[in-house]
Design a binder for this molecule. Structure first.
Ligand SMILES: [Zn+2]
Length: 700
């Protein structure tokens, strides 16, 4: 029965691997609340929270100052220039200018409470409005839209700065708004709070929520994600911030006239009252406030208190953005500007330093709709290109310049950058295969490079659990701060001699703290000396968990371990690869890694550190024959059981007491009769009381 249970569970995990993490375009009702906005999650780390607390003091001081000077009633309209950065991968997320303009219109309807629109609701005119910039930071005419093609359109909040690397205009002068295809956790958008680092300033919104896309009855297609996020950008919290709080003014969302609210109100709530500490009288909650999580069609108001707070931010932390001088420089002074403009030549290289023999991906930052591109790459291959986003190889060490000419019907523009790309000679990697079983401290210290930016809890050897041997590598997410990353990197390796079927294999065990608190593991590889990395694996939620969630310090049992094999076929000629394991903490639970192994079929026999290896099956999937390999640290009893997908025993093989060392067993699909017609089997291997599970796939 135990075998059956493990077997079925194994399949549950495998199916998730096959399908990958499915993305939903729109939130579903059961977790709408969690997905409406990523602001609370983004500011979940202690460091970010400290920064936000410092800003909060500055905002309170500005409010006090305004009240003492009684300038509030004299507030004129403040206008904010916006630049829209569309980060796309040539998909639907490369939204039209019309959609962008509809978003600007909705923002102004809502913030100015325009008569005859949804924005003309129960609240007040905030006297704040928004304008698509008509000049860039260098004073060149612009339509206020920058388009960059990049896989980073699948955005993760943790990588916020990488969006700014793709495109960013001075945040003292512009509100930077990014449109992306997807944001992790499925959130619709999120914003920075005033007073944070410039390179993280601005708003990120998923394309499906950007602009007015649907009818009046659509829940989230009316462009109010941007209204909500602009509220955060101007210093507003959620109406349910800190729940009911102690006092409606000095706690909760720090705004006196928004009734305290115990929780968000997704959808369209009728009258509801979750807190009774309102002052001077108990009021109903305000789901129609833009800073709640209601459907777009059911939110329609900012209060006077929220207006005061936003103007306080605009007269303190964000005072430069709406200054008359800046509005003139950005073309937001009310003048009329043509839509048809000559293009601006602008670009970036994804990698500016590479090893000789590698390639650079150039990305054009499309501005004012260029139609033609003429690149020149002296010393590169190709030397000329008319692609929008060319890839160029550099074979010899040196520094190389780049130039680009862009054209459209209105004119052309040119830009050149001297010594833009630096190409270095690669160092030699240690010849593979490679194995790391985390059995000795010295070996780990010698081989692995740990990167621990917060100098706090990080990867370490521990004997509380091991897949094999005595020790494994553990990252105690249970103890770590939210938002922290912790990396370890294998030594520089030369895998070019490993032949075909080069792979990376490792064992891991993980349980989340609860279903909403899961951490992330990624495995990345660099073939250019660590200048850039490809992601081989990004696992979280069900794909990462090997055991049930628990609200206690996780220590795996032997049956909680899983193995993962990642093909390195794309890198098999590489003479210098780096492999990086990255853990990102989101307040989850402990992650254990053991038995990292890099090898290939041709050279498997020669691996020296056999002892720490998990059993392996190669090739897998296989056509006719495959090899099952396991190693024994000492003499042990070995049993193999094959199950079908339903957990039925197909074949049992008692191998008895076997000597220490490496053992291999050939499985020939034509010689045995137990292989099921669908070609899927699970092998349960018991080595002296330790259990291992492998999925076998026969493709005939
Ligand atoms: Zn929010």
């Amino acid at each position: 029965m135990t075998g059956r249970y493990i077997c079925l569970k194994m399949f549950a995990v495998s199916i998730v691997f096959l399908l990958g993490a499915g993305h939903q375009i729109l939130p579903q009702s059961q977790d709408e609340a969690r997905r409406r906005c990523g602001f609370d999650h983004y500011y979940g780390s202690d460091e970010a929270n400290r920064q936000r607390s410092a800003s909060e003091s500055a905002i309170r001081a500005a409010i006090a100052k305004r009240r003492s000077e009684s300038t509030a009633s004299a507030d004129g309209v403040k206008r904010i220039p916006i630049v829209i950065h569309v980060i796309h991968n040539n998909g639907l997320e490369n939204i039209s200018r019309e959609q962008i303009k509809s978003q600007l219109r909705v923002l102004n309807e809502d913030f100015r409470r325009i008569l005859g629109t949804n924005g003309h609701g129960d609240g007040f005119d905030t006297k704040i409005e928004f304008c698509l910039a008509r000049f860039d930071p260098e004073g060149r005419p612009s339509d206020g839209i920058v388009r960059v093609k990049s896989p980073l359109t699948q955005h993760r909040m943790l990588e916020r700065e990488r969006l700014s690397e793709l495109s960013y205009w001075d945040s003292e002068r512009y509100l930077n708004m990014y449109v992306v295809r997807y944001i992790n956790r499925g959130v619709a958008g999120y914003s920075s709070f005033p007073g944070g680092p410039a390179r993280k300033d601005g708003i990120v919104i998923r394309y499906g929520y950007f602009g007015q896309r649907g009818s009046l009855f659509a829940d989230y297609l009316l462009g109010r994600t941007a209204t909500h996020e602009a509220g955060h950008w101007l210093g507003l919290y959620h109406t349910f911030h800190n729940g009911c709080g102690d006092d409606p003014c000095s706690s909760g969302d720090f705004v006196c006239d928004t009734p305290p609210s115990a929780a968000p109100h997704p959808g369209c709530k009728p009258e509801i009252n979750t807190c009774s500490n309102d002052w001077p009288i108990d009021l109903s909650d305000q789901p129609q406030n833009y800073m709640d999580y209601s459907s777009d069609r059911c939110m329609n108001m900012f209060t006077l208190g929220q207006r005061e707070r936003m103007h306080a931010v605009l007269t303190s932390q964000r005072r430069t953005v709406w200054s008359e001088e800046n509005l003139r420089a950005c073309g937001c002074d009310g003048g009329s500007y043509p839509d048809d403009l000559p293009p601006v030549a602008d670009y970036l290289a994804v990698q500016r330093r590479i090893c000789a023999g590698n390639s650079v991906q150039f990305l054009s930052r499309e501005r004012n709709r260029p139609k033609e591109w003429q690149w020149h790459f002296p010393g590169g291959e190709p030397e000329h290109s008319s692609d929008r986003n060319p890839v160029v190889r550099y074979d010899r060490p040196g520094r190389y310049s780049v130039s680009l000419v862009v054209k459209n019907d209105r004119g052309d523009d040119q830009r050149q950058t001297l010594d833009y790309i630096e190409v270095t000679d690669p160092p030699r990697g240690k010849p593979g295969p490679y194995a790391q079983g985390f059995e000795t401290e010295d070996n780990v210290r010698q081989d692995l490079r740990i990167d621990n930016p917060d100098s706090n809890t990080t990867w370490r050897i521990d004997s509380v659990a091991a897949r094999q041997g005595m020790y494994s590598f553990v990252m105690e997410n249970w103890e770590s701060d939210v938002g922290q990353r912790d990396d370890f990197e294998l030594p520089l390796l030369n895998i070019s001699q490993l032949g075909a079927n080069v792979y990376l294999e490792f064992d891991w065990a993980y349980a989340s703290a609860d279903t909403l608190q899961t951490d992330e593991l990624s495995v990345m590889i660099s073939r250019d000396c660590g200048f850039s990395y490809d992601t081989l694996l990004l696992a979280f939620d069900d794909e990462l968990a090997t055991a049930a969630a628990r609200a206690a310090y996780f220590v795996p049992e032997s049956h909680d371990w899983r193995s993962r094999r990642l093909a390195l076929d794309d890198y098999r000629d590489a003479e210098h690869i780096r492999i990086l394991f990255r853990n990102v903490t989101y307040g989850g639970n402990n992650l254990y890694i053991d038995n990292i192994h890099i090898g290939g079929r041709a050279t498997d026999i020669a691996v020296e550190t056999r002892r720490s290896m998990a059993p392996r099956v190669f090739p897998n999937p296989f056509q006719v024959t495959t090899t099952i390999e396991y190693s024994l640290a000492r003499e042990q009893v070995v049993t193999m059981v094959f199950y079908n997908i339903a957990g039925k025993v197909l074949h049992r093989e008692e191998r008895g007491l076997q000597a220490a060392g490496i053992h291999q067993l050939q499985l020939d699909a034509e010689a045995v009769s137990f292989i099921p017609p669908n070609g899927l089997m699970v092998l349960h291997l018991e080595l002296g009381g330790q259990n291992f599970i492998k999925k076998l796939v026969v493709r005939r």
